[in-house]
Design a protein around this ligand. Sequence first.
Ligand SMILES: C[S@@+](CC[C@H](N)C(=O)[O-])C[C@H]1O[C@@H](n2cnc3c(N)ncnc32)[C@H](O)[C@@H]1O
Length: 271
Amino acid sequence: MSNPPTTPEEIAAAAKANAATFLPSIPPEVDHARPILEEYSGIAPGDVDAHLFTIREKAWSIFPYGCIGSFGFLNLQPTLQDPLFQTVTTRLQSPEAAETFLDVGCSFGQVIRQLIHAGVPSERLYGTDLRPGFLDLGYDLFRDRDPEKSKATFIAGDMLRDDDAELDRLTGKIDIIYAQYFFHLFEREDQLKAAKRMVRFLRPGNPNVVIFGRNGGPKVDGWEKYVLDANAWRQLWDEVGEATGTSWRTEMEMESGDDWIKATFAVYRAV
Ligand SMILES: C[S@@+](CC[C@H](N)C(=O)[O-])C[C@H]1O[C@@H](n2cnc3c(N)ncnc32)[C@H](O)[C@@H]1O
């Protein structure tokens, strides 16, 4: 299998594997995104559902992630309830703020639009994703392709390649990185590559840089390879530090049920 999967055969196999996630109706969790679609995007409330079905159809054909079939990509609840996300939003909203925010693996840029809707100046917001089709569809989803409406920057790039010239545009520019449901896509070796790439994005002179987000999902066989525990996460960032001449302090909280696992993490510069 190519990593990440991109061939037509791999896309067809993923569509089959994730078929059960393809919901016939829009779940209530999406309600958190409705104010953005109605107030920021200007979609009439009665037209939102039809708009979302159209966008999901297109997104599923780009890559059929379970979170697309289930409309999970518009479930902003875990993000909005995250105390660190709330702190970061306040930090970015401050009139004196000059800090920048990058969402890695942002798919449609829904978190970026949440921040714009919350009053954060769009020119300080960045999103990146492997699949340019998702970034492009984000403009259709939120109806903000016009640079007069949003000056957020979206860059298509592969976080596992350290020679991706597009991503080099972010080098040294970013203060806050959000990575939700991103690291858990990869086994440890690739998580290490992505983490080292993130370090290159961070502004060297800012002691308050932070990388945060969450991993998790169903407790399928071998989940430990993807959702690292607190110890493994600290060791990974020790290795990142050694490789990049930097030093990191990690936090991780894990919660686990019989058939699910959730890991919320933050990584701070050790000063
Ligand atoms: C499970 S989705 C999570 C999306 C979003 N962060 C959220 O919380 O809803 C993972 C995203 O990571 C992107 N992705 C996968 N591999 C990547 C890579 N190597 N570099 C950058 N993005 C990648 C996918 O295209 C997808 O949009």
